[in-house]
Design a protein around this ligand. Structure first.
Ligand code: UDP
Length: 466
Protein backbone atom coordinates (compact mmCIF):
# COMPACT_ATOMS: atom_id res chain seq x y z
CA UNK A 1 0.00 0.00 0.00
CA UNK A 2 1.28 3.45 -0.92
CA UNK A 3 1.26 6.45 1.37
CA UNK A 4 -1.69 8.73 0.84
CA UNK A 5 -1.05 12.15 -0.68
CA UNK A 6 -2.83 15.13 -2.09
CA UNK A 7 -3.99 14.19 -5.55
CA UNK A 8 -4.41 16.09 -8.76
CA UNK A 9 -7.67 14.91 -10.34
CA UNK A 10 -8.84 15.88 -13.83
CA UNK A 11 -12.59 15.84 -14.47
CA UNK A 12 -13.90 15.58 -18.02
CA UNK A 13 -17.71 15.44 -18.32
CA UNK A 14 -19.80 15.07 -21.47
CA UNK A 15 -21.18 18.36 -22.87
CA UNK A 16 -24.59 18.24 -21.18
CA UNK A 17 -25.87 20.18 -18.18
CA UNK A 18 -27.09 16.94 -16.60
CA UNK A 19 -23.47 15.74 -16.64
CA UNK A 20 -21.62 18.98 -15.94
CA UNK A 21 -23.62 19.61 -12.75
CA UNK A 22 -22.87 16.28 -10.95
CA UNK A 23 -19.24 16.26 -12.15
CA UNK A 24 -18.89 19.75 -10.70
CA UNK A 25 -20.55 18.73 -7.45
CA UNK A 26 -18.16 15.77 -7.11
CA UNK A 27 -15.24 18.13 -7.86
CA UNK A 28 -16.27 20.36 -4.96
CA UNK A 29 -16.54 17.41 -2.60
CA UNK A 30 -13.12 16.01 -3.57
CA UNK A 31 -11.60 19.48 -3.28
CA UNK A 32 -13.06 19.67 0.24
CA UNK A 33 -10.88 16.63 0.99
CA UNK A 34 -7.86 18.72 -0.02
CA UNK A 35 -7.39 17.35 -3.54
CA UNK A 36 -6.55 19.58 -6.48
CA UNK A 37 -9.10 19.48 -9.32
CA UNK A 38 -8.80 20.43 -12.97
CA UNK A 39 -12.35 20.69 -14.29
CA UNK A 40 -12.14 20.52 -18.08
CA UNK A 41 -14.88 21.68 -20.44
CA UNK A 42 -15.62 24.22 -23.13
CA UNK A 43 -15.89 28.00 -22.48
CA UNK A 44 -19.68 28.38 -22.53
CA UNK A 45 -20.24 25.30 -20.38
CA UNK A 46 -17.71 26.55 -17.88
CA UNK A 47 -19.46 29.91 -17.73
CA UNK A 48 -22.74 28.11 -16.83
CA UNK A 49 -21.28 26.32 -13.79
CA UNK A 50 -22.19 27.42 -10.30
CA UNK A 51 -19.72 29.81 -8.65
CA UNK A 52 -16.85 28.04 -6.92
CA UNK A 53 -17.10 28.58 -3.19
CA UNK A 54 -14.33 30.89 -1.94
CA UNK A 55 -12.76 28.26 0.35
CA UNK A 56 -12.29 25.96 -2.67
CA UNK A 57 -11.22 28.49 -5.29
CA UNK A 58 -7.51 27.71 -5.00
CA UNK A 59 -8.17 23.98 -5.34
CA UNK A 60 -10.49 23.95 -8.39
CA UNK A 61 -8.95 25.04 -11.66
CA UNK A 62 -11.41 25.53 -14.53
CA UNK A 63 -9.75 24.47 -17.77
CA UNK A 64 -11.42 25.85 -20.85
CA UNK A 65 -10.83 24.07 -24.16
CA UNK A 66 -12.53 25.75 -27.15
CA UNK A 67 -14.85 23.38 -29.01
CA UNK A 68 -13.67 22.95 -32.62
CA UNK A 69 -16.21 24.47 -35.00
CA UNK A 70 -17.99 22.30 -37.56
CA UNK A 71 -20.20 23.16 -40.53
CA UNK A 72 -22.93 20.82 -39.24
CA UNK A 73 -23.19 22.61 -35.86
CA UNK A 74 -24.41 26.12 -34.96
CA UNK A 75 -21.38 28.26 -34.10
CA UNK A 76 -22.47 28.89 -30.50
CA UNK A 77 -23.49 25.29 -29.70
CA UNK A 78 -21.51 23.69 -26.90
CA UNK A 79 -23.98 21.46 -25.11
CA UNK A 80 -26.83 19.08 -25.84
CA UNK A 81 -29.20 21.84 -24.79
CA UNK A 82 -28.07 24.02 -27.71
CA UNK A 83 -28.73 21.51 -30.47
CA UNK A 84 -31.64 19.65 -32.01
CA UNK A 85 -31.87 15.87 -32.36
CA UNK A 86 -30.09 15.78 -35.71
CA UNK A 87 -27.18 17.76 -34.30
CA UNK A 88 -26.53 15.48 -31.32
CA UNK A 89 -24.15 13.26 -33.27
CA UNK A 90 -22.16 16.20 -34.76
CA UNK A 91 -21.82 17.52 -31.19
CA UNK A 92 -20.23 14.19 -30.24
CA UNK A 93 -17.85 14.50 -33.21
CA UNK A 94 -16.86 18.02 -32.09
CA UNK A 95 -16.32 16.64 -28.58
CA UNK A 96 -14.06 13.92 -30.03
CA UNK A 97 -12.05 16.67 -31.70
CA UNK A 98 -11.11 17.99 -28.25
CA UNK A 99 -8.74 15.04 -28.01
CA UNK A 100 -5.47 16.80 -29.09
CA UNK A 101 -6.07 19.74 -26.73
CA UNK A 102 -6.87 17.33 -23.92
CA UNK A 103 -3.71 15.30 -24.58
CA UNK A 104 -1.64 18.52 -24.40
CA UNK A 105 -3.23 19.36 -21.09
CA UNK A 106 -2.76 15.89 -19.62
CA UNK A 107 0.86 15.68 -20.80
CA UNK A 108 1.76 19.03 -19.30
CA UNK A 109 -0.15 18.76 -16.03
CA UNK A 110 0.18 14.98 -15.31
CA UNK A 111 -2.85 14.42 -13.07
CA UNK A 112 -2.97 11.29 -10.90
CA UNK A 113 -6.52 10.44 -11.98
CA UNK A 114 -8.90 11.36 -14.73
CA UNK A 115 -12.61 11.00 -13.94
CA UNK A 116 -14.45 10.86 -17.25
CA UNK A 117 -17.86 10.31 -18.79
CA UNK A 118 -19.43 7.86 -21.23
CA UNK A 119 -18.93 9.85 -24.44
CA UNK A 120 -15.10 10.01 -24.51
CA UNK A 121 -14.51 6.37 -25.44
CA UNK A 122 -11.05 7.31 -26.79
CA UNK A 123 -9.90 8.72 -23.46
CA UNK A 124 -9.17 5.69 -21.23
CA UNK A 125 -6.63 4.22 -23.60
CA UNK A 126 -4.69 7.44 -24.04
CA UNK A 127 -4.83 8.21 -20.30
CA UNK A 128 -3.46 4.72 -19.66
CA UNK A 129 -0.57 5.39 -22.03
CA UNK A 130 0.21 8.55 -20.08
CA UNK A 131 0.20 6.61 -16.81
CA UNK A 132 -2.93 8.36 -15.51
CA UNK A 133 -5.43 6.30 -13.50
CA UNK A 134 -8.89 6.16 -15.05
CA UNK A 135 -12.25 6.33 -13.31
CA UNK A 136 -15.46 6.15 -15.31
CA UNK A 137 -18.08 8.16 -13.41
CA UNK A 138 -21.52 6.78 -14.17
CA UNK A 139 -24.56 8.99 -13.87
CA UNK A 140 -26.61 5.88 -14.60
CA UNK A 141 -27.69 3.69 -11.70
CA UNK A 142 -26.06 0.32 -11.00
CA UNK A 143 -29.32 -1.31 -12.18
CA UNK A 144 -29.12 0.48 -15.49
CA UNK A 145 -25.44 -0.38 -16.00
CA UNK A 146 -26.13 -4.04 -15.24
CA UNK A 147 -29.06 -4.01 -17.67
CA UNK A 148 -26.82 -2.71 -20.47
CA UNK A 149 -24.39 -5.50 -19.70
CA UNK A 150 -20.75 -6.32 -19.50
CA UNK A 151 -19.32 -6.40 -23.01
CA UNK A 152 -17.66 -3.73 -25.11
CA UNK A 153 -18.17 -5.81 -28.21
CA UNK A 154 -21.86 -5.13 -28.56
CA UNK A 155 -21.94 -7.21 -31.73
CA UNK A 156 -21.88 -10.19 -29.39
CA UNK A 157 -24.98 -8.94 -27.62
CA UNK A 158 -27.78 -11.20 -28.76
CA UNK A 159 -30.35 -8.46 -28.15
CA UNK A 160 -31.18 -6.84 -31.46
CA UNK A 161 -34.94 -6.28 -31.69
CA UNK A 162 -36.87 -3.72 -29.62
CA UNK A 163 -38.66 -6.64 -27.88
CA UNK A 164 -35.32 -8.00 -26.61
CA UNK A 165 -34.97 -4.92 -24.40
CA UNK A 166 -38.41 -5.27 -22.86
CA UNK A 167 -37.29 -8.15 -20.61
CA UNK A 168 -34.46 -8.60 -18.14
CA UNK A 169 -31.24 -9.77 -19.83
CA UNK A 170 -30.15 -13.35 -19.23
CA UNK A 171 -27.25 -12.38 -16.96
CA UNK A 172 -29.62 -11.01 -14.31
CA UNK A 173 -30.02 -13.95 -11.89
CA UNK A 174 -32.82 -12.47 -9.75
CA UNK A 175 -36.32 -11.25 -10.43
CA UNK A 176 -36.05 -7.83 -12.02
CA UNK A 177 -38.39 -5.02 -12.97
CA UNK A 178 -35.66 -3.16 -14.90
CA UNK A 179 -36.58 -3.13 -18.58
CA UNK A 180 -37.63 -0.81 -21.36
CA UNK A 181 -41.20 -0.45 -22.52
CA UNK A 182 -41.67 -1.26 -26.17
CA UNK A 183 -42.32 2.36 -27.21
CA UNK A 184 -39.18 3.52 -25.36
CA UNK A 185 -36.91 0.97 -26.97
CA UNK A 186 -38.34 1.47 -30.46
CA UNK A 187 -37.40 5.17 -30.27
CA UNK A 188 -33.98 4.24 -28.96
CA UNK A 189 -33.21 1.76 -31.72
CA UNK A 190 -34.51 4.17 -34.39
CA UNK A 191 -32.02 6.75 -33.11
CA UNK A 192 -29.09 4.33 -33.36
CA UNK A 193 -30.16 3.41 -36.90
CA UNK A 194 -30.59 7.05 -37.91
CA UNK A 195 -26.98 8.11 -37.63
CA UNK A 196 -24.19 5.73 -38.31
CA UNK A 197 -21.57 8.42 -38.90
CA UNK A 198 -19.80 7.53 -35.67
CA UNK A 199 -19.91 5.15 -32.72
CA UNK A 200 -23.34 4.81 -31.12
CA UNK A 201 -23.88 5.90 -27.54
CA UNK A 202 -23.92 2.25 -26.48
CA UNK A 203 -20.50 1.62 -28.01
CA UNK A 204 -19.03 4.80 -26.48
CA UNK A 205 -20.46 3.79 -23.16
CA UNK A 206 -19.29 0.16 -23.27
CA UNK A 207 -15.69 1.07 -24.17
CA UNK A 208 -15.60 3.78 -21.49
CA UNK A 209 -16.66 1.24 -18.88
CA UNK A 210 -14.50 -1.61 -20.11
CA UNK A 211 -11.24 0.33 -20.36
CA UNK A 212 -11.58 2.05 -16.99
CA UNK A 213 -9.63 1.08 -13.88
CA UNK A 214 -12.69 1.64 -11.73
CA UNK A 215 -16.36 2.51 -12.15
CA UNK A 216 -17.86 5.11 -9.84
CA UNK A 217 -21.65 5.35 -9.54
CA UNK A 218 -23.86 8.15 -8.25
CA UNK A 219 -25.93 5.89 -6.06
CA UNK A 220 -25.54 3.93 -2.86
CA UNK A 221 -25.43 0.27 -1.81
CA UNK A 222 -28.47 0.57 0.47
CA UNK A 223 -30.58 1.67 -2.51
CA UNK A 224 -29.63 -1.07 -4.99
CA UNK A 225 -27.50 -3.67 -3.24
CA UNK A 226 -28.34 -6.59 -5.61
CA UNK A 227 -27.42 -4.52 -8.64
CA UNK A 228 -24.09 -3.44 -7.18
CA UNK A 229 -23.25 -7.07 -6.36
CA UNK A 230 -24.18 -8.21 -9.86
CA UNK A 231 -22.32 -5.37 -11.55
CA UNK A 232 -19.09 -6.21 -9.73
CA UNK A 233 -19.35 -9.78 -11.01
CA UNK A 234 -20.14 -8.65 -14.56
CA UNK A 235 -17.44 -6.00 -14.84
CA UNK A 236 -14.75 -7.75 -12.76
CA UNK A 237 -13.38 -4.45 -11.52
CA UNK A 238 -13.97 -2.14 -8.55
CA UNK A 239 -17.42 -0.57 -8.64
CA UNK A 240 -17.55 2.25 -6.12
CA UNK A 241 -20.73 4.03 -5.04
CA UNK A 242 -20.10 7.72 -4.40
CA UNK A 243 -23.47 8.34 -2.71
CA UNK A 244 -26.25 10.46 -4.18
CA UNK A 245 -24.40 13.80 -4.07
CA UNK A 246 -27.48 15.72 -2.88
CA UNK A 247 -27.83 19.24 -4.28
CA UNK A 248 -26.95 22.36 -2.35
CA UNK A 249 -29.44 25.17 -2.68
CA UNK A 250 -26.82 27.93 -2.52
CA UNK A 251 -25.15 26.73 -5.69
CA UNK A 252 -28.31 27.04 -7.77
CA UNK A 253 -28.93 30.81 -7.79
CA UNK A 254 -28.72 33.63 -5.25
CA UNK A 255 -31.79 34.75 -3.26
CA UNK A 256 -31.76 38.02 -5.19
CA UNK A 257 -31.80 36.45 -8.66
CA UNK A 258 -34.63 38.26 -10.45
CA UNK A 259 -36.14 35.06 -11.95
CA UNK A 260 -36.15 33.37 -8.58
CA UNK A 261 -37.68 36.40 -6.84
CA UNK A 262 -40.71 36.24 -9.18
CA UNK A 263 -41.10 32.48 -8.88
CA UNK A 264 -40.75 32.62 -5.11
CA UNK A 265 -43.48 35.27 -4.84
CA UNK A 266 -45.86 32.92 -6.66
CA UNK A 267 -44.83 29.86 -4.63
CA UNK A 268 -45.13 31.82 -1.36
CA UNK A 269 -48.85 32.30 -2.09
CA UNK A 270 -49.53 28.56 -2.37
CA UNK A 271 -50.34 26.14 0.43
CA UNK A 272 -47.55 24.04 1.89
CA UNK A 273 -46.95 20.75 -0.02
CA UNK A 274 -49.70 21.53 -2.54
CA UNK A 275 -47.85 22.42 -5.77
CA UNK A 276 -46.71 19.98 -8.47
CA UNK A 277 -43.43 21.05 -10.02
CA UNK A 278 -43.37 19.91 -13.66
CA UNK A 279 -40.09 19.78 -15.59
CA UNK A 280 -38.43 17.55 -18.14
CA UNK A 281 -34.74 18.40 -17.86
CA UNK A 282 -32.59 19.79 -20.60
CA UNK A 283 -32.90 17.29 -23.43
CA UNK A 284 -36.33 15.70 -23.99
CA UNK A 285 -38.39 17.31 -26.71
CA UNK A 286 -42.10 16.54 -26.42
CA UNK A 287 -44.46 16.32 -29.36
CA UNK A 288 -47.44 18.62 -29.66
CA UNK A 289 -49.78 15.71 -28.80
CA UNK A 290 -47.78 14.91 -25.68
CA UNK A 291 -47.80 18.57 -24.60
CA UNK A 292 -51.55 18.73 -25.14
CA UNK A 293 -52.32 15.62 -23.05
CA UNK A 294 -49.95 16.76 -20.29
CA UNK A 295 -51.53 20.21 -20.21
CA UNK A 296 -55.09 18.85 -20.16
CA UNK A 297 -54.03 16.32 -17.51
CA UNK A 298 -52.69 19.08 -15.29
CA UNK A 299 -55.91 21.00 -15.83
CA UNK A 300 -58.09 17.98 -14.96
CA UNK A 301 -56.05 17.20 -11.84
CA UNK A 302 -57.28 20.49 -10.33
CA UNK A 303 -53.94 20.76 -8.52
CA UNK A 304 -51.73 23.85 -8.40
CA UNK A 305 -48.66 23.45 -10.63
CA UNK A 306 -45.50 25.20 -11.74
CA UNK A 307 -44.51 23.96 -15.20
CA UNK A 308 -41.11 24.66 -16.73
CA UNK A 309 -41.46 24.53 -20.48
CA UNK A 310 -38.31 25.16 -22.46
CA UNK A 311 -38.38 25.95 -26.17
CA UNK A 312 -37.06 23.26 -28.51
CA UNK A 313 -33.42 23.95 -29.33
CA UNK A 314 -33.03 26.07 -32.48
CA UNK A 315 -36.79 26.43 -32.88
CA UNK A 316 -38.03 29.91 -33.74
CA UNK A 317 -41.40 29.09 -32.21
CA UNK A 318 -42.12 29.33 -28.49
CA UNK A 319 -43.35 26.05 -26.99
CA UNK A 320 -46.08 28.08 -25.26
CA UNK A 321 -47.76 28.41 -28.66
CA UNK A 322 -48.15 24.62 -28.78
CA UNK A 323 -50.29 24.48 -25.63
CA UNK A 324 -54.02 23.84 -26.10
CA UNK A 325 -56.19 26.86 -26.89
CA UNK A 326 -57.18 28.83 -23.80
CA UNK A 327 -55.15 26.60 -21.45
CA UNK A 328 -53.15 29.33 -19.71
CA UNK A 329 -56.26 31.44 -19.14
CA UNK A 330 -58.27 28.52 -17.76
CA UNK A 331 -55.57 27.57 -15.21
CA UNK A 332 -54.69 31.18 -14.32
CA UNK A 333 -54.01 31.61 -10.61
CA UNK A 334 -53.72 27.86 -10.05
CA UNK A 335 -51.01 26.96 -12.56
CA UNK A 336 -47.99 28.83 -13.86
CA UNK A 337 -46.14 27.97 -17.07
CA UNK A 338 -42.56 29.21 -17.02
CA UNK A 339 -40.75 29.51 -20.34
CA UNK A 340 -36.98 29.33 -19.79
CA UNK A 341 -34.26 28.00 -17.51
CA UNK A 342 -35.64 27.61 -13.98
CA UNK A 343 -33.68 27.47 -10.73
CA UNK A 344 -34.87 23.88 -10.26
CA UNK A 345 -33.14 23.10 -6.99
CA UNK A 346 -34.48 26.30 -5.40
CA UNK A 347 -38.01 25.56 -6.65
CA UNK A 348 -37.91 21.99 -5.34
CA UNK A 349 -36.66 23.20 -1.97
CA UNK A 350 -39.66 25.53 -1.56
CA UNK A 351 -42.10 24.44 1.09
CA UNK A 352 -45.21 24.71 -1.12
CA UNK A 353 -43.92 22.12 -3.60
CA UNK A 354 -45.25 18.67 -2.74
CA UNK A 355 -44.81 16.65 -5.94
CA UNK A 356 -42.59 16.53 -9.00
CA UNK A 357 -43.79 15.41 -12.43
CA UNK A 358 -40.42 14.46 -13.89
CA UNK A 359 -38.86 12.87 -17.00
CA UNK A 360 -36.77 10.76 -14.58
CA UNK A 361 -33.34 12.17 -15.49
CA UNK A 362 -31.16 10.99 -12.62
CA UNK A 363 -30.27 14.52 -11.45
CA UNK A 364 -33.91 15.49 -11.29
CA UNK A 365 -34.81 12.29 -9.44
CA UNK A 366 -32.11 12.86 -6.81
CA UNK A 367 -33.04 16.54 -6.49
CA UNK A 368 -36.76 15.78 -6.08
CA UNK A 369 -36.26 12.98 -3.57
CA UNK A 370 -33.67 14.91 -1.59
CA UNK A 371 -36.42 17.43 -0.72
CA UNK A 372 -39.01 14.71 -0.10
CA UNK A 373 -41.14 15.51 -3.17
CA UNK A 374 -43.37 12.67 -4.34
CA UNK A 375 -42.46 11.74 -7.92
CA UNK A 376 -44.83 11.33 -10.84
CA UNK A 377 -42.83 9.48 -13.46
CA UNK A 378 -42.95 10.37 -17.14
CA UNK A 379 -39.79 8.87 -18.71
CA UNK A 380 -38.95 10.02 -22.22
CA UNK A 381 -35.58 8.71 -23.41
CA UNK A 382 -32.13 7.25 -22.52
CA UNK A 383 -31.95 5.71 -19.02
CA UNK A 384 -35.22 7.34 -17.93
CA UNK A 385 -37.45 4.28 -18.56
CA UNK A 386 -35.36 1.92 -16.38
CA UNK A 387 -35.07 4.69 -13.76
CA UNK A 388 -38.87 4.93 -13.63
CA UNK A 389 -39.21 1.13 -13.18
CA UNK A 390 -36.58 1.13 -10.43
CA UNK A 391 -38.34 3.94 -8.58
CA UNK A 392 -41.86 2.57 -8.96
CA UNK A 393 -40.65 -0.84 -7.77
CA UNK A 394 -39.48 0.83 -4.59
CA UNK A 395 -42.74 2.80 -4.23
CA UNK A 396 -40.84 6.00 -4.86
CA UNK A 397 -43.16 7.29 -7.52
CA UNK A 398 -46.11 6.58 -9.72
CA UNK A 399 -45.59 6.16 -13.46
CA UNK A 400 -48.06 7.72 -15.87
CA UNK A 401 -49.68 4.96 -17.91
CA UNK A 402 -48.86 4.93 -21.65
CA UNK A 403 -49.75 2.75 -24.57
CA UNK A 404 -47.05 0.08 -24.57
CA UNK A 405 -46.62 0.06 -28.35
CA UNK A 406 -46.67 3.74 -29.39
CA UNK A 407 -46.30 5.56 -26.06
CA UNK A 408 -49.53 7.53 -26.49
CA UNK A 409 -51.42 8.50 -23.35
CA UNK A 410 -54.54 10.33 -22.28
CA UNK A 411 -54.95 13.42 -20.14
CA UNK A 412 -57.14 11.38 -17.73
CA UNK A 413 -54.20 9.07 -17.02
CA UNK A 414 -52.00 12.09 -16.23
CA UNK A 415 -54.62 13.52 -13.88
CA UNK A 416 -55.10 10.11 -12.22
CA UNK A 417 -51.38 9.69 -11.44
CA UNK A 418 -51.06 13.27 -10.24
CA UNK A 419 -53.99 12.93 -7.87
CA UNK A 420 -52.73 9.58 -6.62
CA UNK A 421 -49.34 11.07 -5.79
CA UNK A 422 -50.65 14.31 -4.27
CA UNK A 423 -53.98 13.56 -2.60
CA UNK A 424 -55.49 10.12 -3.20
CA UNK A 425 -52.68 7.89 -1.89
CA UNK A 426 -54.89 5.91 0.57
CA UNK A 427 -52.27 4.66 3.03
CA UNK A 428 -49.75 7.44 2.30
CA UNK A 429 -47.25 4.79 1.22
CA UNK A 430 -45.67 6.96 -1.48
CA UNK A 431 -45.28 9.75 0.98
CA UNK A 432 -43.71 7.56 3.65
CA UNK A 433 -41.29 5.89 1.24
CA UNK A 434 -40.33 9.26 -0.23
CA UNK A 435 -39.59 10.74 3.19
CA UNK A 436 -37.48 7.66 4.09
CA UNK A 437 -35.54 8.14 0.88
CA UNK A 438 -35.12 11.84 1.60
CA UNK A 439 -33.52 10.98 4.92
CA UNK A 440 -31.25 8.43 3.21
CA UNK A 441 -30.11 10.93 0.56
CA UNK A 442 -29.56 13.69 3.12
CA UNK A 443 -27.80 11.45 5.67
CA UNK A 444 -24.59 13.41 6.31
CA UNK A 445 -22.71 10.53 7.96
CA UNK A 446 -23.58 8.12 5.18
CA UNK A 447 -22.60 10.64 2.47
CA UNK A 448 -19.37 11.40 4.28
CA UNK A 449 -18.68 7.65 4.55
CA UNK A 450 -19.07 7.13 0.80
CA UNK A 451 -16.95 10.10 -0.06
CA UNK A 452 -14.27 9.23 2.45
CA UNK A 453 -13.99 5.68 1.09
CA UNK A 454 -13.82 6.99 -2.47
CA UNK A 455 -11.12 9.53 -1.61
CA UNK A 456 -9.06 6.91 0.24
CA UNK A 457 -9.38 4.54 -2.70
CA UNK A 458 -8.18 7.21 -5.15
CA UNK A 459 -5.30 8.11 -2.84
CA UNK A 460 -4.07 4.56 -2.37
CA UNK A 461 -4.74 3.00 -5.76
CA UNK A 462 -3.43 5.68 -8.10
CA UNK A 463 -0.92 4.44 -10.65
CA UNK A 464 2.71 4.94 -9.77
CA UNK A 465 4.30 6.83 -12.63
CA UNK A 466 8.03 6.89 -13.43
N1 UDP B 1 -32.09 22.19 -14.70
C1 UDP B 1 -32.34 23.39 -14.11
N2 UDP B 1 -33.24 24.23 -14.69
C2 UDP B 1 -33.91 23.92 -15.81
C3 UDP B 1 -33.67 22.66 -16.41
C4 UDP B 1 -32.77 21.81 -15.83
O1 UDP B 1 -31.75 23.72 -13.07
O2 UDP B 1 -34.73 24.72 -16.27
C5 UDP B 1 -31.10 21.27 -14.10
C6 UDP B 1 -31.75 20.26 -13.17
O3 UDP B 1 -31.84 20.79 -11.85
C7 UDP B 1 -30.80 19.06 -13.26
C8 UDP B 1 -30.26 19.15 -14.67
O4 UDP B 1 -30.47 20.50 -15.11
O5 UDP B 1 -29.74 19.20 -12.34
C9 UDP B 1 -30.94 18.20 -15.63
O6 UDP B 1 -30.47 16.91 -15.41
P1 UDP B 1 -31.40 15.62 -15.49
O7 UDP B 1 -30.51 14.45 -15.26
O8 UDP B 1 -32.54 15.76 -14.58
O9 UDP B 1 -31.97 15.63 -16.94
P2 UDP B 1 -31.31 15.71 -18.41
O10 UDP B 1 -31.37 17.12 -18.79
O11 UDP B 1 -29.90 15.20 -18.28
O12 UDP B 1 -32.19 14.84 -19.20
Amino acid sequence: MEDTKTLHIAMFPWLAMGHLIPFFRLSELLAQKGHRISFISTPRNISCLPKIRSNLSTLINLVSLPLPSRPDLPSDAESTMDVNNLQQQPLKHAFDQLRPALVDFLESSTPDWIIYDYASHWLPQLAGELGISRAYFSLFTAACLAFIGPRSDLAKDERSTPEDFTVAPKWVPFESNIYYRLHETTKFIERIDEDKSGPSDLVRFAISVEQSDIVMIRSCEEFEQDWFDLLRKLLEKPVIPVGFLPPVTESDVGEDDSNWVGIKQWLDKQRSNSVVYVAFGTEPVLSRDELTELALGLEKSELPFFWVLRNSPRSTQSTLEELPNGFTERVKGRGLVYNGWAPQVKVLSHDSVGGFLTHCGWNSVVEGLSFGRVLVLFPVTNDQGPNARLLEGKKLGVEIRRNERDGSFRSEWVAESLRLAMVDDPDKLLNRKTKEMMRCIQDKDRNEGYLGRLARYLEVERRQVG
